[in-house]
Design a protein around this ligand. Structure first.
Ligand code: ATP
Ligand code: SF4
Ligand code: MG
Length: 372
């Protein structure tokens, strides 16, 4: 049966709207001698074509494990135990090893925190770039790959690219090596680029240059980026959307404005109080108290509960669901439920038990939850 013009248009619209990457209820664990480390506990997000998604959270919150689950490069003890990862609507968790190898080269690339872990010290930059190009792109001969490799180095702002092609990683500065990593990741013109703390090892001015470079390349090449960092300040100006992670869960998601000016999760609020920004330049910075949670024994309720100054009875036992805030962004914190119920109560009254559970908990009961 012939397809109508209207159906064609609908298909095109559908394709445009389908996120390039969808992570649905991802659970990843490591099975260690001490037990199951639940590193990622139900993470979901969508990444639209050509957009930048920031993933922020303190050390150990599950940012890298989320990235490695997408790339399927987890340690042998690690396993995605639940959930789906859809690339243009197709579940890549069902791919064979061969399909996944092709996928990693062609569709999705990753830049690691430390370039020395991913650049091979015994081969020249040129050799490593040529290998990626010849394997995954149309530049099949040595001469073609050499020419394209040199162009890529120039594109990421490396001076004397012809000379650099012949050099070994140790002959380059840290900033240059990170640029080489970006060139390698871009060699196959991926649809999605995952940058896992791409600038942490660099000094501040180089950091800014690298981020600027990534943003301009993203605009030029139209790829989508997942930018992983523990530094909220770094991503504010770059990202279309930010997700804040804690204890392997997403606690808040929204635009940079939502997160910075209207935070609705106690962890995000703590994070903002602990970093310098224009709002608190004259205020004393307040670190988040307590220690990160023990991933071998996740709290039953809210993961942030043992460190939350505003924890309530319900936070100890019930996981807060994600809720849409009046401005449209999302957060998972019982405080928002409390606020909503109090507002409702003023109008119509509400269930007494629920409000009792939403009373502030004694600090001793909260601190008692298992921590490292
Ligand atoms: N190979 C592994 N075996 C056991 N546990 C692991 C392994 N890799 C990661 N984990 C645990 O998974 C949790 C999440 O780790 P992850 O590396 O994702 O943190 P992160 O948010 O990227 O932190 P950072 O900012 O320090 O890079 C941590 O508790 C970590 O100890
Ligand atoms: S759910 Fe409860 S413990 Fe968790 S951040 Fe909100 S108030 Fe604090
Ligand atoms: Mg990490």
């Amino acid at each position: 049966m012939a397809i109508t013009e209207q159906e064609v248009q609908e298909k095109i619209r559908e394709n445009e709207e389908t996120p390039v990457l969808q992570v649905k209820n991802l659970h990843t664990s490591f099975f260690t001698e001490s037990g199951e480390v639940q590193a990622v506990n139900g993470v979901s997000f969508n990444l639209q074509k050509g957009k930048i998604l920031g993933v922020v959270g303190e050390s150990g919150s599950g940012k890298s494990v989320t990235a490695y689950s997408i790339m399927q490069i987890l340690a042998d003890t690690g396993k995605v135990v639940e959930g789906e990862i859809l690339f243009k609507g197709e579940n890549i968790l069902k791919y064979s090893e061969k399909q996944m190898n092709e996928f990693r080269g062609d569709k999705i690339s990753i830049i690691f925190q430390d370039p020395m872990t991913s650049l091979n010290p015994v081969f020249t930059i040129g050799y490593q770039l040529r290998e990626a190009l010849q394997l995954h792109t149309k530049y099949k001969t040595k001469a073609e790959a050499n020419k394209r490799g040199t162009e890529l180095l120039a594109m990421v702002g490396i001076n004397q690219p012809e000379t650099r092609m012949k050099q070994y990683p140790f002959e380059l500065s840290g900033g240059m090596r990170q640029r080489v990593m970006i060139a390698m990741a871009l060699a196959c013109e991926p649809d999605v680029l995952i940058a896992d703390e791409p600038t942490t090892a660099l000094d501040v001015t180089i950091q800014a240059q690298i981020l600027e470079l990534m943003k301009s390349l993203q605009e030029k090449m139209g790829m989508a980026i997942i930018l992983v960092t523990h530094d909220l300040g770094v991503i504010a100006s770059m990202c279309d959307e930010i997700i804040v992670m804690y204890g392997g869960r997403v606690c808040e998601r929204g635009t940079a404005d939502d997160i910075f000016y209207r935070p609705c999760h106690e962890y995000t609020k703590g994070l903002l109080r602990s970093i310098p920004n224009v709002q608190n330049m004259k205020k004393k910075l307040v670190p988040i108290g307590g220690t990160p949670i023990n991933m071998l024994a996740m709290p039953k309720g809210c993961a942030f509960c043992p460190r939350c100054d505003n924890a309530m009875k319900i936070c100890l036992t019930e996981k807060p669901d994600e809720m849409q805030m009046p401005d449209g962004h999302y957060a998972s914190c019982w405080m928002n439920v409390k606020k909503m119920m109090e507002e409702e109560q003023q109008g119509h009254g509400t269930e007494e038990q629920m409000l009792k559970d939403l009373e502030k908990e004694e600090p001793a009961a909260v601190r008692n939850i298992d921590t490292i």
